[in-house]
Structures are given as structure tokens and as C-alpha cells.
Design a protein around this ligand. Structure first.
Ligand SMILES: O=C(O)CCC(=O)C(=O)O
Ligand SMILES: [Fe+2]
Length: 192
């Protein structure tokens, strides 16, 4: 995939944005420093292959998943602690998509990083060190649809080298038979 990206200069990498939780607007922020691009399945068969593999790996439908987001961090690039899912109090979050919240995340590591750049989950006391060809998967939501606080995570600053990752964000709709929801609510201290 990285070779593919290098070949196609029409993949427009731009400063990554975040959603302002008050206004719902997408904007750049000091707490997320990286460049990213969104790649559509139709753009190349290798991109469609990634989606197919994610479906096979997770057993979840890709019908409502977002396009593949490819991210590059230079030295000092980072992403401070955040949730991938939208919280109840947030404005506009994913509402226009009609696909529900981000039920799960698949994070592919597309490069090794010389120094720094770990993905850390402070509440789960877990650090993932980028290793080319590996991937992480987690559910952001409980089966009740409540956000799981334990998934709060950050990308530590890259100290040397360059870091490439890609995100596939999977949404709630279409998963009704693959990951049935429950009415049982998780303990309140674990929900966000
Ligand atoms: O780059 C990483 O290690 C994590 C990226 C991330 O959390 C995100 O893009 O939402
Ligand atoms: Fe994230």
C-alpha cells in the first residue's frame, strides 16, 4: 500500500483535522499533527482488498465503514488522547452519515518507527509499538452502544524517522446480526 501511495501523487495528503465538539466543524488543532488522505475502494484494487481483509478479520460489515484513512506523522507528529467514537454531548458527530457511531477501529501500522510513535491506551495501560505489517483492532462501543472509556488512546510523538498508519473505522449500522446489541448497560464508570 505504501508503494502504491508513493506512485499516485493524486492522493492528496493534507493536514489532518479534528471535529470541534461544540460546533461540529472540522478544523486543524495543535493536538493532532499529521497529514492524512482518504482512499476510496474504487481508486485501486489494493484499497478494496484492505476493506475485504478487514471484513474477514473482524466479521463485521464494511457496508457502512468509512474510506481508508492513511496518515503520515513526521518528527514531532502526534495525536493527543482521544476517543474515536462520538460522545453523546458532541454536536453533529456522524449524524449526516446515517451509519451510527464508530463501533470499532482497525489501525494498520505501515512502517516501523525509528524512535517514538507508540499508540498508547492510558486506561488500559497498554502501549502498541508500530511494526510494519501489523494491525490493532478494538471495539469502541459496548454491545449496548455506549462508548467504552477504556479505548481512549493517543499517538505519541515521533522522535526519529517517520510513521505511517491507516485507519478503517467501522460503523454500527449493518452489524445488527454480526454483533447483536444488548439492552444490558455496562458499569457507568466505564462509559463515555
Ligand atoms: O497513529 C496512531 O498510533 C493512532 C492514530 C489514531 O488514534 C487516530 O488516527 O485516530
Ligand atoms: Fe484514534
Amino acid at each position: 500500500l505504501r508503494r502504491l501511495i508513493a506512485q499516485f501523487d493524486h492522493f492528496q495528503f493534507r493536514r489532518a483535522t479534528v471535529q470541534n465538539s461544540q460546533t461540529g466543524a472540522l478544523e486543524t488543532a495543535q493536538y493532532r499533527i499529521s497529514k492524512s488522505a482518504w482512499l476510496k475502494n474504487e481508486e485501486h484494487k489494493h484499497i478494496a482488498d484492505v476493506a475485504r481483509r478487514v471484513e474477514d478479520m473482524t466479521g463485521l460489515s464494511m457496508e457502512t465503514a468509512e474510506e481508508l484513512q492513511v496518515v503520515n506523522y513526521g518528527i514531532g507528529g502526534h495525536y493527543e488522547p482521544h476517543f474515536d467514537f462520538a460522545r453523546k454531548e458532541e454536536t453533529n458527530a456522524f449524524q449526516n452519515l446515517g451509519t451510527g457511531n464508530r463501533i470499532a477501529t482497525v489501525l494498520f501500522y505501515m512502517s516501523d518507527v525509528v524512535q517514538g510513535g507508540a499508540t498508547v491506551f492510558p486506561m488500559a495501560r497498554t502501549a502498541l509499538w508500530p511494526k510494519k505489517g501489523t494491525a490493532a483492532f478494538w471495539f469502541n462501543l459496548f454491545p449496548s452502544g455506549d462508548g467504552d472509556k477504556r479505548t481512549r488512546h493517543a499517538a505519541c510523538p515521533v522522535l526519529a524517522g517517520s510513521k505511517w498508519v491507516s485507519n478503517k473505522w467501522i460503523h454500527e449500522r449493518e452489524q445488527e446480526f454480526r454483533r447483536p446489541c444488548t439492552t444490558e448497560r455496562p458499569p457507568e464508570h466505564l462509559t463515555a
